[in-house]
Design a protein around this ligand. Structure first.
Ligand code: GLC
Length: 796
């Protein structure tokens, strides 16, 4: 069963049935003003932070699905019937009501058809602006004149803090009041103080407002609902304003629609006082403004996506890579894990490891943005080399409290360092330098989060030292709080094999950097530590054809083949290959075991079997039932690493198989099983032990999208930036006989055609650029590149 399709030409996903299993959403706006909208117009808006700048209220986890949102009600004043311009909230019978939702790149269009009246509402945030537009068009398809009233509904929060708005009602209920001015509702918060904030909801486009409600209680009615609000039952707004209680922006516009005619209204919502509101209303008064702004928005986003395009035999792959997966990676980079229908308001910043993955995912799309974010994250490193688990949006380098202190916990909710955070720098920093060519980046001086500053090179060295100073009895990385797995609490004395593989890779990367910097002392230092770590990993961690996951503080093995529960873990197998620790024979055995035991139809599980009897304090994941979240689900961020490891082994078919089994677009027709949007990744999929094996959860903001993007671009498509040029060395399914890609690299455009008539999985026989053959290498040197290039790759 499907609920829609990919319209690749328009870069849109079209939802043809509104009763999707979960709300299928989209993101509008930028880091200045963000907005979420579902296919039924539910969602919320915020200035700069979903947690601290919330304008529109949203009730998470509510029934009916998620409410409220940006509603427009339509009332037939003759018949008395009313409905909404999105299927919800009125929820008319689908036999009578038609709905199509087109989610595009930072805009959404919802169309409705009911009782010979059709409507189309375009929602977007204009580029560089901090307000949103609901451009509403209504058409009479009847042969007779219709008397229609339109009512908007936006429910304001009573405080910028979404948490206070929901929880501290004895306080927030008394902070706001509304005013009506000509054609807009103005809401003020804490008006008599310096902290005052104004929001407005306006109607523009030459329409006359005939009624309004600024009080939610009056619009909805004390016993009304969003599907059945009092104003719609009555057929008019009661011209209410709130003085206590809750504010809303409802404007009533009465229309006489002649047969086959159309009218339009531009609703505008944003933060700002009367002056701002009036200026914005004026801006949309004349015609054509919306069309122009939409065209600019599309040009901007499509331009960002154009720098990387693929055309392969797999259309689901193409739809994801060319539009949705890339767009999701940008959204991740903007909002980290702070604002979705799942992330409510607890976090207010960039999670360290997640953001490092996000940075990597957009490197080939926008290295400038990736570089800027990388600098922020380097300034989130503490002067002892460790990193802040959460770098707040209002981060002030040089003045932040450190993990372990009560101030840091109060500010972020995180107690301690995690052993992996700073280690992710060793992938992102070299990747950035190779992509941008900014060799001097290593000498850039960046402050630490608490005190002092150093060059990037020394930031890296300190990160290594942080780990090397915290090794356990087997000379492996101590868990401290957690490693990548938030639910594995190894404690002060437990050791993580996964993080030790990460440290190994980090040391190798640092050694390369020190070598290129001509720093022989550091090369020797790195080599000594590398060798020691290698010996420990080989001596203590390989057991019966697999790598173990770690040691507890009292020296119990986690992830031993002899264990009854959690016996085989995915991450140590994949990372043994990625880090370069596993010998060829070990790599083959470990990956075969993963394939035999962990692989399911929907991807590889995090471990198997689930934990049932071993619980907290170490195995926090047993809080979840078997097959869910960190307790043996298919945790998709980790799926990226099996794709990567298999590809590094040259196994194109297997790498593809893992990719394809978790590609959301490939499951477009199994929406009833999968539930979440087929155009974005989710955090995890229920594992084998769940009764809902195959269902996915935690849409949009997830490291799954980021890490899988990196694995696909660098390993399957084989495009890796290098210091002197671009490497092209794909590892693909053998059935792909030809595919093409467009990749921009340091301002040059490469049109790449890959031919694989022999049906191999990996191996490049010949590469030529602009008809010039490159000898004995997969690297296309920068100095061979012109502004636009034709590259031919022959596999074999
Ligand atoms: C979530 C977190 C991520 C963590 C993962 C595994 O996705 O956002 O930081 O690594 O869970 O626990």
């Amino acid at each position: 069963m499907n609920y829609g399709y990919f319209d690749d030409c328009n870069k849109e996903y079209v939802i043809t049935r509104p009763d999707t299993p979960t709300p299928w959403s989209n993101y509008l706006g930028s880091m200045e003003y963000g907005a979420l909208i579902t296919n039924n117009a539910a969602g919320y808006s915020f200035v700069k932070s979903g947690s601290e700048g919330r304008i529109l209220r949203f009730r998470f986890n509510s029934v009916t699905q998620d409410m409220p949102g940006r509603f427009i009600y339509i009332k037939d004043q003759n018949s008395g019937d009313y409905w909404s311009a999105s299927w919800q909230p009125t929820g008319k019978e689908l036999s009578d009501y038609k709905s199509v939702c087109r989610h595009g790149t930072a805009y959404t269009v919802i169309s409705s058809g009911y009782d010979k009246i059709s409507s189309e509402t375009l929602y977007y945030v204009p580029l560089g602006q901090n307000h949103e537009v609901w451009h509403f068009k209504i058409r009479n398809n009847d042969t007779k004149r219709r008397k229609i009233s339109v009512f908007s509904y936006a429910e304001f929060t009573s405080d910028n803090s979404s948490m206070l708005d929901m929880e501290n009602i004895q306080y927030t209920r008394f902070l706001s009041r509304t005013y009506f001015k000509d054609n807009y509702i103005l809401q003020s918060l804490k008006e008599l103080t310096e902290e005052r904030v104004f929001r407005f909801f306006a109607a523009s486009g030459g329409v006359k407002v005939s009624g309004y409600d600024g009080s939610r209680e009056k619009f909805v009615g004390p016993y009304g609902s969003y599907s059945n609000p009092l104003a719609l039952k009555n057929g008019y707004c009661s011209n209410s304003l709130n003085y206590t209680g809750n504010s809303c922006g409802s404007l009533q516009i009465d229309l006489e629609l002649l047969p086959s005619t159309e009218k339009e209204i531009v609703f505008i919502l944003g933060e700002g006082n009367e002056e701002t509101a009036e200026m914005k209303v004026k801006h949309y008064k004349g015609g054509g403004v919306v069309e122009e702004e939409l065209a600019q928005l599309k040009a901007y986003w499509h331009g960002k996506l154009e720098v990387f395009q693929v055309k392969t035999p797999d259309s689901a792959f193409n739809s994801m890579m060319n539009v949705w997966h890339s767009y999701e990676c940008f959204v991740n980079t903007f909002w980290s894990r702070t604002a979705s229908l799942i992330y409510s308001s607890l976090r207010n910043g960039f999670g360290y490891r997640d953001t490092m993955a996000d940075i990597q995912s957009i490197m080939h799309l926008d290295s400038k943005l990736a570089g800027e974010r990388l600098v922020t994250m380097l300034s989130g490193q503490v002067s002892n080399g460790g990193a802040l688990p959460l770098v707040r949006f209002d981060h002030k380098p040089g003045a932040e409290p450190v993990p372990g202190s009560s101030e840091y916990q109060e500010k972020t909710g995180y107690k301690e360092y995690r052993c992996d955070d700073a280690l992710w720098l060793f992938q992102a920093v070299p990747q950035y330098i190779r992509e941008s060519g900014e060799l001097d980046f290593l000498n850039k001086i960046i402050p630490y989060s608490d005190k002092g500053e150093d060059t990037v090179y020394l930031h890296l060295k300190k990160a290594l030292n942080f780990s090397l100073e915290r090794l356990g009895r087997h000379n492996l990385v101590l868990g401290i709080d957690t490693d990548w797995n938030d639910c594995l609490r190894l404690g002060e004395n437990g050791e993580s094999v996964f993080a030790s593989f990460q440290l190994y890779l980090a040391i190798c990367e640092f050694k390369k950097i020190a070598l290129s910097n001509g720093n022989c002392e550091d090369v020797d230092w790195a080599e000594t530590n590398r060798k020691k770590l290698y010996d420990s990993l080989q001596k203590y961690c390989w057991e019966d054809g697999q790598f173990i996951r770690g040691f507890t503080g009292d020296n119990q093995v986690i992830g031993s083949p002899k264990s009854k529960e959690a016996a085989l873990w995915l991450n140590p197998q994949t990372w043994s290959v990625i880090s370069g620790v596993a010998t060829h024979d070990q790599a083959k055995k470990a990956l075969d075991k993963v394939h035999d035991i962990l692989k399911t139809k929907y991807g590889a599980m995090l471990f198997y079997p689930s934990t049932k009897t071993i619980g907290p304090p170490i195995f926090l994941m047993s809080l979840y039932p078997p097959g869910i979240k960190e307790n043996a689900s298919i945790f998709l961020m980790a799926e990226a690493w099996i794709i990567q490891a298999e590809a590094m082994m040259g196994h194109g078919n297997r790498a593809w198989d893992y990719y394809n089994s978790t590609n959301p677009a490939a499951q477009n027709d199994s929406a009833d099983l999968r539930h979440t949007e087929p155009y974005v990744y989710s955090q995890f999929i229920d594992g084998l032990e769940s009764p809902n094996h195959g269902r996915s959860h935690g849409h949009w903001l997830t490291g799954s999208a980021s890490s899988i993007m990196t694995a696909v671009v660098e390993e399957i498509l084989g495009l890796k930036a290098d210091y002197d040029g671009l490497i092209i060395d794909p590892c693909i399914p053998s059935e792909w006989k030809e595919f093409s890609m467009v990749r921009h690299f340091r301002g040059r455009k490469l049109n790449i055609i890959v031919q694989n008539s022999g049906g191999v999985e990996k191996g490049v026989k010949k590469i030529s650029i602009n008809d010039k053959t490159i000898l004995n290498s997969c690297l296309i040197p920068l100095d061979c590149m012109e502004a636009v290039n034709t590259v031919q790759v022959i596999m074999g």
